[in-house]
Every structure is written in C-alpha cells, then in structure tokens.
Ligand binder design. Structure first.
Ligand code: 8YV
Length: 305
C-alpha cells in the first residue's frame, strides 16, 4: 500500500475510501514515516513547510482540501518536482452565496433585527429602526476570478451596478474595470473582496481604500484576512469613516478583534465560506481523485499551475 501523510481530515465518507486505498499516517507519526510517505493530504493553511518537504525524499504529490494555497509552499514543492493540487470550482457557489448574504445581512442589519425579536423587544418597543437597501446600489468586486464572476452575477441579479478591480481587465467580463482600487472604492456602495493572499496582495485593502469606500460604504471579505489592513478597518469602523463590514475571514484566525463584537454595523462569520456538507464532500473527493490519478499515472485533475 502507498503511504500518505495526512495533516487534515477529509469528510468521513471520503476518508473511508482514502483509508481503504492508502496507508494513512498522522502528523504525530511524522518522525517515523518521513522517509516512506509518497503523498500528503493538507489544506490551504496547514503546509507542509519546506523543512518538512525536505524530510520526505519519496514525496510525489501534495493534495490540498482548499482552493486558496497561501499556507502551502507551492513554488518550493514544484522546484522539487512535487505537484500540489487544490479544489477550484466546487466551492464557487457557496463562497459567492456567503458574499451576497454578508452584503444583505450587513446592509439590512439582519443580525440586529433577529436579536431584537429574540430578546422580546418587538412587542415592547414596536417597529425596529430602518436599515439600508442591498439592491439598486453599486457593487465593486476586488478580484474577478471564478468566484468573483459568480458574485457579480448574483449582485447584478439584485439590480446592482457591478464593477471590479483586478491587475488587468478580464476578457469575458463586461462589467466596468477600474485600474485603480481606490477609484473602485470611491465609486462603490459595497466592496467585496475575493482575491488570493499573495505577497503582492498583503493589506491591499488599505486605510486609503477603506476611507475611499466611506461612511456609507460596506466592506465584505470572503477571501483572506491578510489582504485587508485589519487595524485600519477596525479604526475606520470605530471612527465611522466606514459604514459597515461583513467579515468571514480575519488576519489571525480564529482571533477576531473584540471591539467588533459590539458593533451593529458589522456581521462576523467563522470562515464558513465553503462550509456546507455538499461542498466539503466535493472538496474532499477532489483531493482523493487527484491522489488516485497521480498513483495511476494519469493526469492530475486540479494541479495548481
Ligand atoms: C476552507 C478556504 O474552508 O478553500 C479555501 O481556500 O478558505 C476554505 O474553503 C478552508 O481552507 C479549510 O479547509
């Protein structure tokens, strides 16, 4: 049987198949098995780091149960002839749905109004104060890849005017491209962040971008916390230089700035972009299918290029 180092669990129904076809070793067995493992199962946040890769001379493939790979040294692995696979496409709808949900929940203050009913205040205090529309507005999207396009389609279906910023205009996209992120923010009511975390995108949503979005603007982040200057974000919310935020990701997950807990114009989620049974099963299955393809000498399904 082929030996696999497993750093993260897969969904039970796929894990069963993985264990039926491969000899699985957990992280705590690393010292004992580093010399024999030929594959590694991980996710976008869990490595293996270069020093671990160096200790696995027989390693042939790394399969990740995430689309984002900011926590995997992909270039380094590739330099060693080790392909890394991820899970594109299968989570597009879930992440796009959450982006739109955060946009609506933040603008319409739906967490606040839910709490208003549960606390029994409605019969005592009557109608809840009004909120803002999430339709018929200007939606700016930072990042126009697979998920960005799904977000744009949904936002447009809500009669929103969609525009975007990316390094260069995207061929099959008719929405307005802003070469400047600050200009996109200035011309948006909502700014939705869906870019990968790379050395170039660290804190790309800067103080300047946040303040350009302004006191009536809402920032939605379903990408990575690292691409937003979180201190500037918190400061702008505290000083009302930013109207609100819907956040699924944070700079130091699972740590979340506690000052946000008391804010009614902020919706917080625990990195659940792809957290549905259907999508996580599909993500796990893609990991297994890539391993199977590799060890059968067939082309990989979703190698990170
Ligand atoms: C996963 C994600 O939840 O795919 C990604 O990049 O961030 C999420 O889908 C996360 O990576 C844990 O597996």
């Amino acid at each position: 049987m082929i030996d696999i180092l497993q750093l993260v669990p897969l969904r039970p129904e796929v894990q069963k198949d993985l264990e039926a076809r491969y000899r699985i070793h957990k992280k705590e067995d690393f010292e004992k098995v580093a010399g024999i493992v030929r594959g590694c199962v991980t996710n976008g946040h869990s490595g293996p780091p270069p020093e671990m890769i160096d200790r696995m001379p027989k390693l042939e493939i790394i399969g990740s149960a995430s689309v984002g790979y900011d926590g995997i040294p992909v270039e380094y692995a590739r330099s060693k002839g080790i392909p890394v696979t991820n899970t594109p496409e299968v989570l597009n709808d879930d992440v796009a749905d959450l982006a739109i949900a955060l946009m609506i929940m933040t603008a319409r203050k739906l967490v606040v109004t839910d709490r208003y009913v549960r606390s029994g205040r409605w019969p005592k205090e009557g109608e809840h104060p009004l909120a803002s529309r999430a339709s018929g507005k200007r939606v700016g999207i930072l990042g126009m890849g697979r998920i960005g396009k799904e977000i744009g389609k949904r936002a447009e279906a809500m009669n929103n005017k969609v525009a975007y910023h990316s390094r260069r205009p995207v061929a099959d996209v008719s929405w307005k491209h802003y070469p400047s992120l600050v200009e996109l923010a200035k011309n948006s009511d909502f700014l939705i962040v869906i870019i990968p975390s790379t050395p170039e995108t660290q804190k790309i949503v800067s103080k300047e971008v946040i303040e350009a979005l302004g006191p009536n603007g809402i920032l939605v982040n379903v990408a990575r916390g690292a691409v937003v200057d979180e201190d500037a974000l918190v400061a702008a919310l505290v000083s009302s230089k930013l109207g609100g935020a819907g956040l699924d990701v944070f700079a130091n997950e699972p740590q979340v700035p506690e000052v946000l807990f008391g804010m009614d114009n902020v919706v917080l989620q625990p990195h659940v972009g792809s957290a549905t049974h259907e999508t996580r099963r599909a993500m796990s299955q893609l990991v297994l299918d890539n391993l199977d393809a590799h060890f059968a000498g067939k082309p990989l399904l979703t190698e990170i290029k």
